[in-house]
Design a protein around this ligand. Structure first.
Ligand SMILES: C[S@@+](CC[C@H](N)C(=O)[O-])C[C@H]1O[C@@H](n2cnc3c(N)ncnc32)[C@H](O)[C@@H]1O
Length: 360
């Protein structure tokens, strides 16, 4: 690749688009909630009046953070009286639409703030590959569908933008980046957690054979991008730079840092599993038989999550209007292609819960 490696800095599509179209991550994250509740029961808590810190790494616009924060607070309140402050810290990249997040946290009827005294929300715009909090600060950490995004893109992928579609030396470069980033993510969290604290991470995963149920929709989207190149709305150079930094890992990849000694940077694994996530859009389709609605949901999801990364490859001289037009064409093209091919997406979620050694 001419200009690799480059940092990944794009967030999800703003103005609430992600919140409206993120049913797939919501379903995957929901499978990790029992682990989060268990972690909230197990964290070491002193009897001081310092705030208990719940950190949400990679919150996006906040809607999918409401249920985990509510679940964590409910358990913590069984362990503390209501006077004890609880700080809920949402973190994401600086490019994230935080104003939507603040609005959701303040106004959504499902917000964890409803009738919950002494719960204080805040947000940090900083990559989780950096230190986000002071040492020994976080009691309970949560990260859903976020640590799948690499810090940087080390290579181009001939003919595709989806990492699981890469092969050979290119694939090896992404595997190395994914391993380094996972270790960095864990090391940063290990420093930030208080002794006896816990971190629960959910992320879309690969099967042991390296396959993912997202591949077919990514192939369709890749064909739409090729159509746009053929039509001249995306240049060949822009196309070459279009790589999604989203890199699903196998369960063995999540466990690799712990493999030699059973611990990593003072963290030890309490649980790690991989399961199939229910496809709620497909369940709706089975009920209503409406292929247009299914294709629209798939295309909106793709746009909200992945199109901002693709747009970041467009020439800097392109206007905001032009970028919007490319996004519209990609979404419409994908919707058209998926209309004739309704398919269930049985994707896998990996969940891992780690404890920082210390008090308990
Ligand atoms: C698919 S969204 C998940 C949002 C939410 N946690 C959920 O479960 O729906 C992934 C989020 O991770 C964020 N993200 C990606 N790389 C990041 C990084 N290096 N540091 C912080 N956040 C990051 C993205 O900006 C995005 O908001």
């Amino acid at each position: 690749m001419s200009d690799a490696p480059r940092l990944h800095t794009s967030a999800m599509e703003g103005s609430g688009s992600y919140n409206r179209h993120a049913a797939i991550p919501a379903s995957g994250g929901a499978l990790a909630l029992p682990l989060l509740e268990r972690a909230a029961r197990q964290i070491a808590l002193d009897h001081s009046d310092r705030p208990i810190v719940f950190a949400d790494y990679g919150s996006s616009q906040g809607r999918n953070s409401l249920a985990p924060a509510r679940a964590a607070i409910a358990v913590l309140r069984t362990r503390t009286d209501e006077k004890r402050p609880i700080l809920v810290c949402h973190t994401d990249l600086p490019t994230n639409d935080f104003s939507v997040l603040f609005d959701v946290v303040e106004k959504d009827p499902e917000s964890y703030l409803r009738e919950k005294p002494n719960v204080f929300p805040c947000a940090v715009g900083r990559s989780f590959y950096e230190s986000v909090f002071p040492p020994n600060y976080v009691d309970l950490g949560w990260s859903s569908y976020a640590a799948v995004w690499l810090s940087q893109i080390p290579a181009s992928i001939p003919g595709h933008f989806f990492i699981p579609r890469s092969t050979g030396a290119v694939r090896a470069a992404f595997d190395r980046q994914a391993a380094t980033d996972w270790e960095t993510f864990l090391s940063r969290r290990a420093a930030e957690l208080r002794p006896g604290g816990r971190l629960v991470v959910a992320l879309p995963s690969l099967a042991d054979d390296g396959s993912t149920a997202f591949a077919p929709i990514m192939d369709e989207a890749n064909a739409v991008v090729a159509d746009e190149v053929a039509a001249g709305s995306i240049t060949a150079h822009e196309r070459e730079r279009m790589i999604l930094a989203s890199c699903p890992r196998r369960q063995s990849d999540l466990l690799a840092p712990f493999a030699q000694t059973g611990q990593f940077q003072g963290l030890r694994v309490e649980h790690c599993s991989t399961s199939v996530v229910a496809d709620t859009a497909w369940t709706d389709y089975e009920r209503d038989g409406d292929p247009h609605a299914l294709a629209a949901k798939r295309a909106s999801f793709f746009r909200a999550v992945f199109v901002p990364s693709l747009l970041s490859a467009l020439a800097p001289s392109r206007s905001a209007q032009d970028r919007q037009a490319v996004a519209d064409r990609l979404e419409a093209g994908l919707r058209r292609r998926l209309l004739g091919r309704p398919a269930r997406i049985d994707h896998l979620v990996g969940v891992i819960s780690v404890a920082k050694q210390g008090d308990r």
